[in-house]
Write a protein that binds this ligand. Sequence first.
Ligand code: GLN
Length: 448
Amino acid sequence: DLVKASLDRIKEVDDEIQAFITLDEENAMKQAKELDESSEEKSLFGLPIGLKDNIVTKDLRTTSGSKILENFNDPLYDAEVVEKLKEQKTVTIGKLNMDEFAMGSGTEYSAYKKTKNPWDTDRVPGGSSGGSAAAVAAGELKFALGSDTGGSIRQPAAFCGVVGMKPTYGRVSRFGLVAFASSLDQIGPITRTVEDNARVLEVIAGHDEKDSTSANLEVPVFTDALTKDVAGLKIAVPKEYFGEGVAQEVKDAVRAAIEKYESLGATCEEVSLPHSKYALSTYYILASAEASASLARFDGVRYGVRAENVEDMIDMYKRSRSENFGEEVKRRIMLGTFALSSGYYDAYYKKAQKVRTLIKNDFEQIFEEYDIILGPTAPTTAFKLGEEMDDPVIAYANDVLTIPVNLAGVPAISIPCGFSSEGLPIGLQIIGKHFDEAMVYRAAHAFE
Ligand code: GLN
C-alpha cells in the first residue's frame, strides 16, 4: 500500500514537480508484492525510497544528472548505502534529479529537467539534491538520499522545508557514490521528521571495507538520543552566520529558534569562526581541483556516451567530453585544472589546503567548550528559477554557511524553523562535533 500510494502521488504531482529522472515503477510494484507475502522485522520494512541519481544502482540507470551518463543503464553493482537499505527491505521507487555531478545550488544544471520547489513552483528546490528534497516535500516519498559536498543536502532541505542531514565525513560509505570531491562528499538522508532521519542514518552508516575513508566506529542508536531534553546544553552562535548577505527574515527566524532553545534550558552564547570568511574561496579551489581529477574517468571509453565519427583517439576523448559535459561542469574542470597546474599549485591548491586546516581548527576550538553550533542553513529562501544561471558567483555565495562544515568534516542538519513573508520555508542549521550526530539529532528533535 505504501509503495502504491507513493506511485499514485508521483503520478499526481510529478508532472509539475519534475523530481524524478528515472522511475522504476514495475520493479517497485513487483518488490512490494513480494514483501506483502513476507513479514520480517526490519526497521524500514516496505518503505518507498528514492535515491539521488549519483548513487549507483545495479541494473537501474544512474546518470548523475549528466548527458555523458545518459546511457549508463546497467551498472554492475549497488552502492553500499543501497545494499544496506535493501537489507532493510526498502523499495526503490526511482532516481532523483540533481545538478550535473552535484555541482550547483538549484538543480537547474541537470542535463534532464528543472525540478520545481513544491512551495512555489516558480522557484528552485535548492541543490544539488533538489530532486530528493522536492520529492519528500511534495509527499512523493517517505524519504530520499542525497549527497552533500558543500551543502547539497542541507540547502535543498532548507528551501523545501524538510529535514536534511550531512553526517560526519567517514560516517557513511561513499562506495558507489559518483565522486565530485572525494575529501568532502557524504551521503545522507532527507526526510519529513528528525526521527525518520535518525532511523535512516542508523541503517546507512557504518564501516565499509570498500571505502577506506569510512570510519571504523560503532554506530550509535541515534533514535535513543531523541529525548526532547536540551536543558544544560551549551550552544554556540557564530556571529559570522548573521553577517551581510543573510536576509533579515532568515536572521529573525533563527534568532527566534535560539530563544526557543534558551526557554528549553539551553545556554546560547555568541562565538566567532574567524576563518569562515575564507571558506568559499577555499572550497571552490579544493572542490574544483578534486572534481577535475574525479571527472577524468569520463572519457567515452569506460562509461557512458562516446562521440561518433571521430578522427582518432584524441578527437574521441575531446569530443565525447566537450559534447556531453554541461557548462557548469566545464567551468569547474577548468578552474580545478588551473589550480592544480604547475606554477599555480602552491599559490592556490596548497594554500587552500592550509586554510582548510585553519577552518577546521576554528570548529575544534569551539567544540572544546560547546555541544553544538546553531545558525541559518542558507542566507536566503529559495530563489527564482533562472536566477542562479545568470550569475554563478551569486550561486556560489549561497553556500557560504554550509561549506565550512564540509571543510571541517563535521556533521550538520537542516530543520525547518519558520517561513518568510512570502510563505517560503527557512532552515535552521545545527552543527555537531565529529561523529556526534546523536547530539545533533537530540537538539533537532527538541525543536520540532
Ligand atoms: N552548491 C555547491 C557546489 O555547487 C555544493 C554542491 C554539493 O554539495 N554537492 O559546489
